[in-house]
Every structure is written in C-alpha cells, then in structure tokens.
Design a protein around this ligand. Structure first.
Ligand SMILES: [Zn+2]
Ligand SMILES: [Zn+2]
Length: 296
C-alpha cells in the first residue's frame, strides 16, 4: 500500500483567500479597502466578474494575485493568474469548450483554475455532469463564504469527483462583496516561501487545507498509518473536537470525539482516499485534502 500525503513536506503555513470582489464589479468597496480588510493575510486574490482588476493600491498583504471570475448566467469559474490574452474577444458564455479554453490558457500560464460555488442552486451552480466534462482544473470550492449553510457547501460534489478518480483539491474562499463576509473561509497553504510561484506550487500539489477557524498542526504517514495532529495548545486541548475521516463515495471511515488532539487511522487499502474533517466545539472547522491510497 502507498499513501500520497500532500502534507509530507517542509514549509511555512500561509493564510489566504483566492476569491474576493471589489467595486470594479459587484463588490461594495474599493481595492484599497478590500486590502485593508485582509491586511493580516499572507496572500489574497482579487477576482472581479469577467475582468482582471489592476492590483495597484496601498497594500500590506505580502502576496497578491490577479484573478478573474468567469461569470456566465450559468456556472462560475475562478482563474488565478490568468494570462491577459484571455481578454481578447472575451465572452463569458457557458459552454464546456469556452470554459475549458480559459482553464487551459490559465494552467499553461502557471495559474490555477477552480470551479466555484458548485451548489449555489438558486443561480450559478455546476451540474456534476458538467464538472466531469471539464478537465485539468485544480479544484472545486467546497466552502464559499458568500452563501449560507443551505448552499455553497459542496462536499458531496467533491466526493463524487474524487470517487470518479479525479485529482481535484478543495478550496475555501470568502467570495467577499461587503463587510461581514471577510474571513469566513480561507486556505492554509504549506509553501516554501511567500512568492506567488511557491504558493501556487503548493496548491497544485494539494499542500493546503481549508479552514473556517480551526486547523491541523500536521498530517503524517508511516507505513499504512495516518496520524492527524489537530491544532493544539493548552486552551484548545481542553475543548471538545469532532473528527471524521471520509473515504471513496463519502463513506465514513473513522470518527473521534472528545478532548482529542491526535487521531491515528490504520488504512485498510480499499479506501480510495482519506480526507479529514475536524470541528472544534463552536463549529470552527478544518478540512484536509484527500490522501490518495494506492493498493500494491
Ligand atoms: Zn460567482
Ligand atoms: Zn464571486
């Protein structure tokens, strides 16, 4: 048995969101105000609808990314670090061919591509059939802070894609438009340094997890054993945790509750993948990427 552990590397944990709007599209605030809302983040992308916003403004965030949210009347797609060439003759019309050429151009340019808010059923959602037709994309937005618990949470579609054999990572983003939407969901990235390339490299390798307030100190493998170190300190260790490990088709593999700070799971070999969802009492959560389990 072999376990592909995306967290088996050295680096620094960096916090950031890839999906945020300014008043250059339907956000309420100027770029400078949005930068101030996220002044303590390590990285931030500005992803206005159907345009690449110029990032020049006073900014204390070490790393910022150009991005665009391709926003048809149907599904939306986030491109981080897109080439400007996509704006020549730009159309947001949703066809697989049109979205795929934007995705390809961005991936070939060293950027990433995320299918966003796939469960926003009242408007701009993705069908699983369309998600399976799209290729090469980096991941799906499993947690979008612009919605609420009735939509914009998409673990079901993520499990479907993973179970169909796709390597797609889960993203958490605010999709912020107004005050109150900032810092609801973010990505903790284990990157070599703060450079754009280092962050995007780590993302491509799945070396990040989604947080809404809780976290992992480490996820380690030894033989067929996965050890999950939950974020731990004297105060956190007193609080209840609810940890669930999921496998192929969303099957629950293991659960642990109580004042736990470490969970150990022995893989059987038939899991397909193992992903971890950890909540601390109060509801703050951390969601790992899948660790793919390869049978010998
Ligand atoms: Zn959208
Ligand atoms: Zn958006």
């Amino acid at each position: 048995m072999r376990i592909d552990n995306p967290y088996d590397k050295q680096g620094t944990w960096l916090r950031g969101s890839f999906h945020n709007h300014t008043n250059n599209s339907d956000g309420w605030f100027s770029l400078e105000t949005v930068y101030n809302m996220y002044a303590d983040y390590d990285f931030l992308a500005i992803s206005d609808h159907d345009k690449i916003t110029n990032l020049e403004a006073i900014c204390r965030i070490p790393t910022v990314f150009e991005a665009i949210e391709v926003s048809s009347t149907k599904p939306h797609m986030l491109l981080v670090k897109p080439p400007y060439s996509i704006m020549e003759g730009y159309s947001n019309e949703f066809t697989i061919a049109n979205y795929q050429q934007f995705a390809d151009a961005t991936l070939d340019h060293g950027g990433i591509c995320v299918l966003v808010h796939p469960n926003r059923y009242f408007s701009n959602f993705w069908t699983i059939e369309d998600m399976l037709q799209m290729e090469r994309y980096t991941g799906v937005e499993i947690y979008n802070g612009d919605g609420n618990i009735e939509y914009d949470i998409a673990f079901d579609k993520w499990d479907s894609l993973l179970s169909a054999g796709r390597t797609v990572w889960g993203f958490g983003n605010d999709d912020s438009h107004v005050y109150g939407q900032e810092k609801q969901a973010w990505n903790m990235v284990l990157a070599a340094d703060h450079a754009q390339e280092a962050i995007l490299d780590a993302i491509r390798g799945g070396s990040f997890y989604v947080s809404t307030g809780y976290g992992f100190d480490a996820i380690r493998c030894e033989g067929s054993k996965i050890t999950i170190d939950l974020r731990s300190n004297a105060l956190l260790d007193k609080m209840y945790k609810y940890v669930t490990l999921f496998g192929k088709d969303g099957r629950v593999l293991h659960e642990a509750t109580g004042r736990v700070k470490q969970v150990v799971y022995e893989c059987q070999g038939d899991e397909g993948y193992v992903r971890v969802s950890a909540y601390i009492e109060g509801g703050y959560a951390a969601f790992s990427q899948p660790l793919f389990i390869m049978k010998d």
